[in-house]
Design a binder for this molecule. Structure first.
Ligand SMILES: [Cu+2]
Length: 151
Protein backbone atom coordinates (compact mmCIF):
# COMPACT_ATOMS: atom_id res chain seq x y z
CA UNK A 1 0.00 0.00 0.00
CA UNK A 2 2.84 2.35 0.69
CA UNK A 3 3.71 2.99 -2.94
CA UNK A 4 0.16 3.17 -4.25
CA UNK A 5 -0.51 6.87 -3.56
CA UNK A 6 2.50 7.80 -5.67
CA UNK A 7 0.99 6.12 -8.68
CA UNK A 8 -2.36 7.77 -8.27
CA UNK A 9 -1.05 11.19 -7.36
CA UNK A 10 0.07 12.10 -10.85
CA UNK A 11 -3.33 11.21 -12.21
CA UNK A 12 -5.33 13.05 -9.60
CA UNK A 13 -5.80 16.34 -11.38
CA UNK A 14 -7.48 17.38 -14.55
CA UNK A 15 -6.27 17.03 -18.10
CA UNK A 16 -3.88 19.75 -19.03
CA UNK A 17 -2.82 19.50 -22.62
CA UNK A 18 -1.48 22.87 -23.61
CA UNK A 19 -1.14 23.61 -27.29
CA UNK A 20 0.39 26.92 -28.15
CA UNK A 21 2.27 28.49 -31.01
CA UNK A 22 5.47 29.30 -29.23
CA UNK A 23 7.72 27.75 -26.64
CA UNK A 24 8.83 28.89 -23.24
CA UNK A 25 12.38 28.98 -24.44
CA UNK A 26 13.65 27.20 -21.34
CA UNK A 27 16.92 25.57 -22.31
CA UNK A 28 18.13 23.76 -25.38
CA UNK A 29 16.15 20.85 -26.84
CA UNK A 30 16.93 17.36 -25.57
CA UNK A 31 16.71 16.21 -29.15
CA UNK A 32 15.68 17.58 -32.52
CA UNK A 33 14.59 15.62 -35.57
CA UNK A 34 12.59 16.59 -38.67
CA UNK A 35 11.67 19.89 -37.07
CA UNK A 36 10.44 18.19 -33.90
CA UNK A 37 12.01 19.60 -30.77
CA UNK A 38 11.88 17.55 -27.60
CA UNK A 39 12.03 19.99 -24.70
CA UNK A 40 12.13 19.79 -20.92
CA UNK A 41 11.86 16.05 -20.43
CA UNK A 42 11.74 14.52 -16.99
CA UNK A 43 10.43 11.55 -15.07
CA UNK A 44 9.09 11.18 -11.58
CA UNK A 45 10.21 8.46 -9.16
CA UNK A 46 8.73 5.09 -9.98
CA UNK A 47 6.35 3.23 -7.73
CA UNK A 48 5.45 -0.42 -7.89
CA UNK A 49 7.43 -0.91 -11.13
CA UNK A 50 5.46 1.87 -12.82
CA UNK A 51 6.83 5.21 -13.90
CA UNK A 52 5.74 8.28 -15.81
CA UNK A 53 7.73 10.60 -18.04
CA UNK A 54 6.84 14.02 -19.42
CA UNK A 55 8.01 16.05 -22.39
CA UNK A 56 7.19 19.21 -24.23
CA UNK A 57 7.23 18.56 -27.96
CA UNK A 58 7.35 21.45 -30.41
CA UNK A 59 6.72 20.85 -34.08
CA UNK A 60 8.62 23.39 -36.19
CA UNK A 61 8.64 21.15 -39.22
CA UNK A 62 6.22 21.16 -42.09
CA UNK A 63 4.67 17.79 -41.37
CA UNK A 64 2.22 16.81 -38.65
CA UNK A 65 3.49 13.93 -36.56
CA UNK A 66 2.21 11.57 -33.91
CA UNK A 67 3.84 10.07 -30.86
CA UNK A 68 2.88 6.43 -30.47
CA UNK A 69 4.85 5.63 -27.33
CA UNK A 70 8.30 5.13 -25.92
CA UNK A 71 10.69 2.42 -24.89
CA UNK A 72 13.83 2.00 -22.88
CA UNK A 73 16.37 -0.67 -22.02
CA UNK A 74 15.37 -0.70 -18.38
CA UNK A 75 11.86 0.61 -18.72
CA UNK A 76 10.08 -1.69 -21.17
CA UNK A 77 7.54 0.02 -23.35
CA UNK A 78 5.62 3.13 -22.45
CA UNK A 79 2.25 4.23 -23.74
CA UNK A 80 0.77 7.67 -24.09
CA UNK A 81 -1.92 8.26 -21.51
CA UNK A 82 -4.18 11.11 -20.64
CA UNK A 83 -5.85 11.85 -17.36
CA UNK A 84 -9.39 13.05 -17.02
CA UNK A 85 -11.46 13.32 -13.87
CA UNK A 86 -8.71 11.49 -12.00
CA UNK A 87 -8.66 8.49 -14.30
CA UNK A 88 -5.91 7.53 -16.70
CA UNK A 89 -6.86 6.54 -20.20
CA UNK A 90 -4.66 5.14 -22.91
CA UNK A 91 -4.29 7.24 -26.06
CA UNK A 92 -3.48 5.37 -29.25
CA UNK A 93 -1.29 8.24 -30.41
CA UNK A 94 -0.55 11.79 -29.34
CA UNK A 95 -0.95 14.17 -32.31
CA UNK A 96 1.77 16.78 -32.76
CA UNK A 97 0.30 19.19 -35.29
CA UNK A 98 2.46 21.47 -37.39
CA UNK A 99 3.35 24.52 -35.33
CA UNK A 100 2.01 23.00 -32.13
CA UNK A 101 3.61 22.84 -28.74
CA UNK A 102 2.30 19.81 -26.86
CA UNK A 103 3.10 19.86 -23.20
CA UNK A 104 2.80 16.79 -21.01
CA UNK A 105 2.28 17.45 -17.34
CA UNK A 106 1.64 15.43 -14.17
CA UNK A 107 -2.08 14.91 -13.93
CA UNK A 108 -2.45 15.36 -17.68
CA UNK A 109 -0.91 13.72 -20.69
CA UNK A 110 2.11 11.58 -19.91
CA UNK A 111 4.00 8.50 -21.00
CA UNK A 112 3.36 5.60 -18.66
CA UNK A 113 5.77 2.74 -18.21
CA UNK A 114 4.96 -0.51 -16.50
CA UNK A 115 7.21 -3.37 -15.45
CA UNK A 116 10.35 -1.30 -14.96
CA UNK A 117 13.56 -3.29 -14.80
CA UNK A 118 14.83 -1.02 -12.06
CA UNK A 119 13.42 1.70 -9.86
CA UNK A 120 13.60 5.31 -10.97
CA UNK A 121 14.94 7.25 -8.00
CA UNK A 122 15.43 10.98 -7.58
CA UNK A 123 18.77 11.90 -9.11
CA UNK A 124 18.78 9.04 -11.62
CA UNK A 125 18.76 9.63 -15.32
CA UNK A 126 16.58 7.54 -17.61
CA UNK A 127 17.40 6.83 -21.23
CA UNK A 128 14.30 6.57 -23.40
CA UNK A 129 13.44 6.29 -27.05
CA UNK A 130 10.37 8.16 -28.28
CA UNK A 131 8.57 6.65 -31.26
CA UNK A 132 7.14 9.08 -33.82
CA UNK A 133 5.31 8.16 -36.99
CA UNK A 134 7.38 10.50 -39.18
CA UNK A 135 10.43 11.48 -37.15
CA UNK A 136 11.04 7.86 -36.19
CA UNK A 137 12.93 6.85 -33.05
CA UNK A 138 14.27 9.79 -31.07
CA UNK A 139 16.53 9.08 -28.12
CA UNK A 140 16.50 11.26 -25.03
CA UNK A 141 17.94 11.15 -21.54
CA UNK A 142 15.88 12.69 -18.77
CA UNK A 143 16.37 13.32 -15.07
CA UNK A 144 14.20 11.81 -12.35
CA UNK A 145 12.84 14.75 -10.39
CA UNK A 146 10.88 14.88 -7.13
CA UNK A 147 7.11 15.21 -7.35
CA UNK A 148 6.14 18.80 -7.87
CA UNK A 149 9.42 19.72 -9.50
CA UNK A 150 9.35 20.62 -13.18
CA UNK A 151 12.39 21.66 -15.22
CU1 LIG B 1 -0.14 7.15 -15.95
Amino acid sequence: MRSLPRVTRHSATVLLLAIAGCGRGGGPPLAERNGLRIMSGYAHPSAGQAGAAYFTIVNRGGVPDTLSGASGATSGSGMVMSTSAGRMMSMAVLPIATGAEVKMVPGGTHIMFGGLGRDWAIGDTVHLTLHFAHAGAVEVTVPVLPYGEIP
